[in-house]
Design a binder for this molecule. Structure first.
Ligand code: RB5
Length: 154
């Protein structure tokens, strides 16, 4: 599985930990920054991860800021991105199964590393259910003016 990861300064330590976990599980992860605790702006990293995920069909994104919220709002401005703020294994599974979320967003000031690890494992292991949910994901993509994989509509 291929991932793109990104965080601001508030999320960098948790992101680093989760990137190591994903690599230990055998996944390929490109860390798009930030790489240290110096203060940066989360929209830059949310957008960078979202653009990379949309450009690589099948890839997933991992983004982390203090709450997981700001960086997800920014990521979701990129057509084709479906970034979900997740707090536990239930929300991680539900957003993959129902929303076909392609970016997992976590709040480093909200959850600890144990819950975050469990959420990453659940997100990674859960497929999109399709069926009635596909129609809803298509409607979300239409709001972006694109297809669910991020391709522009004909
Ligand atoms: C940074 O202080 C903080 O605002 C940011 O990490 C995030 O929580 C924004 O949503």
């Amino acid at each position: 599985m291929r991932w793109y990861a990104g965080s601001d300064h508030a999320g960098v330590a948790l992101k680093r930990h989760l990137v190591e976990l994903l690599r230990a599980l055998g996944d390929e992860v490109e860390d798009l920054g930030t790489h240290d605790e110096a203060s940066v702006d989360y929209p830059d990293y949310g957008a960078a991860v979202a653009r990379a995920v949309v450009a690589a069909p099948g890839a997933l994104g991992l983004i982390v800021c203090g709450t997981g919220i700001g960086i997800a709002i920014a990521a979701n401005k990129v057509p084709g991105a479906r970034a979900a703020v997740v707090h536990d294994t239930f929300t991680a599974e539900a957003t993959r199964a129902h929303n076909d979320a392609n970016i997992l967003s976590l709040g480093a000031r909200v959850i600890g590393p144990g819950v975050a690890e469990a959420a990453v494992r659940a997100f990674r292991a859960t497929p999109f259910e399709g069926g009635r949910h596909a129609r809803r994901v298509e409607k979300m993509a239409a709001l972006d003016g694109c297809l669910p994989d991020g391709d522009r509509r004909p």
